[in-house]
Structure formats: C-alpha cells, structure tokens
Design a protein around this ligand. Sequence first.
Ligand SMILES: Nc1ncnc2c1ncn2[C@@H]1O[C@H](COP(=O)(O)OP(=O)(O)O)[C@@H](O)[C@H]1O
Ligand SMILES: Nc1ccn([C@@H]2O[C@H](COP(=O)(O)OP(=O)(O)O)[C@@H](O)[C@H]2O)c(=O)n1
Length: 208
Amino acid sequence: MAFTVAIDGPAASGKGTVAKRVAAHYGLGHLDTGLLYRAVGRRMLDGEDPVAAAEALKPEDLDREGLRTAQVGEAASRVGAIGAVRAALLDFQRAFARRSGGAVLDGRDIGTVICPEAEAKLFVTASAEVRAERRFRELVAAGIDTRLEAVLADIRARDERDTARSDAPLRAADDAVTIDTTRLDIEAAVAAAIAAVEAARAGGRPPG
Ligand SMILES: Nc1ncnc2c1ncn2[C@@H]1O[C@H](COP(=O)(O)OP(=O)(O)O)[C@@H](O)[C@H]1O
Ligand SMILES: Nc1ccn([C@@H]2O[C@H](COP(=O)(O)OP(=O)(O)O)[C@@H](O)[C@H]2O)c(=O)n1
C-alpha cells in the first residue's frame, strides 16, 4: 500500500539517516528536501538571484558536488527564509510525495506544510552538542578542515533562523512522533522510527 512518511528535525539530528533507512525498509523513494535549499543557496553564493534560481532548479542540480559544506548549509538557511523561494520549491516536493508507491521526505516543514496529510510523521531531534559532534566527525571524514566550536556555532545559528522565520518555521507537527536520538545509536533510532511508522499505519484511517 502506498503511504507517505514525513520526517522533520534540526541540523544533524539524524533525520536523513533515518529517512534513508525507513525508505529502504518499505521500498519507498526518498527525497532529502534540504538538498533543494542547498542547491539554491549554492547558486546564491555564485551570484544568482535566489528566487530565480529556485524557479529554474533542475533535478540534476541536486547532484552537484560541494552541497554538504557548512557554508552552503548557512546559505541554504538564508534562502529558506525567503517565502518566494519556498513557494517555488513546493510543487517539486509535493509531486515527489504523491509518487505512486509512496515516499519518504525529510526536511524542516514536511509534516507541517509539504505533506500535512502524511500517514506517518516523525520529528527527529538531539541536543545541539551531540548534533555538532556528529556533523564535525562527518566533515572531518570528508576531508574538511574545521573546529567543533565552529560547527556548534553554525548549528545554533541555523536552528535559530530555521525556528524563528515566519514562513514554514521548523517545528514538530502536532501529530508527529518525536524521536530524541541524543542517546540512541543509528540502529536504535531506525528501530524507533520503524516502530512509530508501524503504529501510525495501524492506527491510520482505512482507505477510501
Ligand atoms: N543516532 C545516531 N547516532 C550516531 N550518529 C548518527 C546518528 N544518526 C546519524 N548519525 C550520524 O550523524 C551525521 C548526521 O546525520 P544525518 O542523518 O545526515 O543528519 P541530518 O539529515 O539530520 O542532517 C552522519 O554522519 C550520521 O552518520
Ligand atoms: N524542508 C526544508 C529543508 C531544508 N531547509 C533549509 O535548508 C537548510 C539545510 O537543510 P539540510 O536538511 O540540508 O541541513 P542538515 O540538517 O543536513 O544540516 C536548513 O537549515 C533549512 O534552513 C528548509 O528550510 N526546509
């Protein structure tokens, strides 16, 4: 049966890892919506107007190298606060969510704005310190020279901008299940996510 799983949460909480594993478990497609904002942020850093860049965004832009850096993450957070950018990215995300067979999307506003009708909604979070350590290790493993304090400051700045913006702020949907991964390893977080999806499907409305 086709169903949509909406996964939101702050930076480096593990939502992408959980989303990928949930999608693989159910054989669903997965869209990391942060990549859309990162691709637009990248174009803004190249001097393009962010609204025009969002309107012209093509799927292959998501494969561009260098989208995972802190600089591009910061730019993504800035363009994500522009309502016209969010509006331009809406149709692509909704079309993906409606794919036959179902889909898993992760981001900041999936359960609240993009897919308010999703059958299952998760809010994946963790303390800022633990998130910074995870992101720091990830960046170092990717060969990026950085400091833990800088990564923590970046995460705090993005959390603040993402929760304070007026358009589609980061927050858990009222009907989302929160999974705090501060003390969960990846396997435990994925198991909690699948259990929450199973519970949502079992308690969901009958089709039709
Ligand atoms: N529960 C966890 N415990 C330890 N490390 C994790 C956990 N979840 C994710 N990670 C690691 O933390 C980093 C950020 O995870 P990611 O899924 O990309 O976060 P997000 O999509 O929320 O930014 C990755 O290197 C990932 O392997
Ligand atoms: N659905 C989404 C996804 C990302 N974003 C923005 O894009 C930035 C980068 O998102 P991301 O998910 O790639 O970031 P990480 O959580 O991987 O660090 C976020 O800080 C948000 O400002 C958004 O506004 N809405």
